[in-house]
Design a protein around this ligand. Structure first.
Ligand SMILES: NC(=O)c1ccc[n+]([C@@H]2O[C@H](COP(=O)([O-])OP(=O)(O)OC[C@H]3O[C@@H](n4cnc5c(N)ncnc54)[C@H](O)[C@@H]3O)[C@@H](O)[C@H]2O)c1
Length: 265
């Protein structure tokens, strides 16, 4: 099967993106539309979600936009019914909504932990259970993309529960790749780092091996690849969009352009 440039396109596919009001989710939603998909978006930030919806329509694609807290399982089911009625079967699901707060593990309250688990793990399970059974039958199938983090792959002091839940999603992704394989549903992760967004901050240090911070569109590029037929044999894995930070494992680019490890680097 020789590759065709059109394999990168998503013409008339239907995509769902969670947390699409700002940041990485916004960039992914707009990129999916520009590559041809109709896009359903949700967020609890309605004013910014409306701006994303306008951008999808400006790309000439249909949009369904809804206020939703992704931790609310019944709300997710209701949203997906509306998406199905308006746009048809979902080809691409991007579980992007997530986040956390900095606090030592011993200080995290039961309520705080519950919120982190529901936000970063429960939301993914709600959407996968709601979308996967209604994805197109093989051979077409579908693509599920879970946005995790570099923190799923290393220690994260001050973010213990958040990072543990991202690691849980990374592991769930592998199991789902097997369980959904016979439906031709591929399941992968994108693990970002140092992407300036309203959530992580817009003023990040540019000391990644690649010599700059990332951009939300760097993550969108990975999402287009994983959503499209270009990645037709890719499932159960993680694409690290982090400028090389995971590979560096503590090595930092020094002002002289070389590398140094450790605190005095
Ligand atoms: N920016 C980075 O460098 C980075 C690094 C690692 C992981 N991530 C992950 O990427 C994803 C997007 O991050 P971002 O930096 O764009 O964050 P962001 O905070 O800028 O945007 C997140 C969006 O999701 C929405 N959202 C959050 N919780 C929600 C909920 N419960 N219900 C509905 N909407 C909700 C927010 O309103 C916001 O619009 C997250 O899963 C985050 O953990 C980002």
């Amino acid at each position: 099967m020789p590759l065709d440039p059109g394999d990168a396109l998503l013409t008339d596919r239907v995509a769902v993106v969670t947390g699409a009001a700002v940041g990485i989710g916004e960039a992914i939603a707009v990129a999916l539309a520009r590559f041809g998909a109709h896009v359903a978006i949700c967020d609890r930030d309605v004013p910014n979600l409306d701006t994303t919806a306008d951008a999808v329509e400006a790309a000439g694609r249909r949009v369904v936009a809804a206020e939703l807290d992704v931790r609310d399982g019944d709300g997710v089911a209701g949203f997906l019914d509306v998406v199905h009625e308006n746009l048809g079967a979902v080809d691409v699901l991007v579980n992007n909504a997530g986040g956390g707060f900095q606090q030592s593990f011993l200080d995290v309250s039961a309520n705080g932990q519950d919120a982190l688990v529901r936000e970063n793990f429960g939301s993914v399970t709600h959407f996968v259970r709601g979308v996967a059974p209604r994805m197109p039958r093989p051979p077409q199938g579908g693509s599920i993309i879970n946005v995790t983090s570099i923190e799923a792959h290393r220690a994260a002091p001050g973010y213990a529960v958040y990072s543990a839940m991202k690691a849980a999603v990374a592991n769930l992704t592998k199991t789902l790749a097997l369980e959904l394989g016979d439906r031709a549903v591929r399941v992968n992760c994108i693990a970002p780092d140092v992407i300036p967004t309203p959530g992580i901050g817009l003023d990040l240090e540019a000391d990644s091996p690649i010599g700059r911070v990332g951009h939300v569109d760097d993550v969108a590029g990975a999402a287009i690849f994983l959503a499209s037929d270009l990645s037709r044999f890719v499932t159960g894995t993680t694409l690290h969009v982090d400028g090389g930070n995971l590979a560096a494992a503590g090595w930092r680019r020094a002002p002289d352009g070389g590398f140094a490890a450790g605190l005095d680097g």
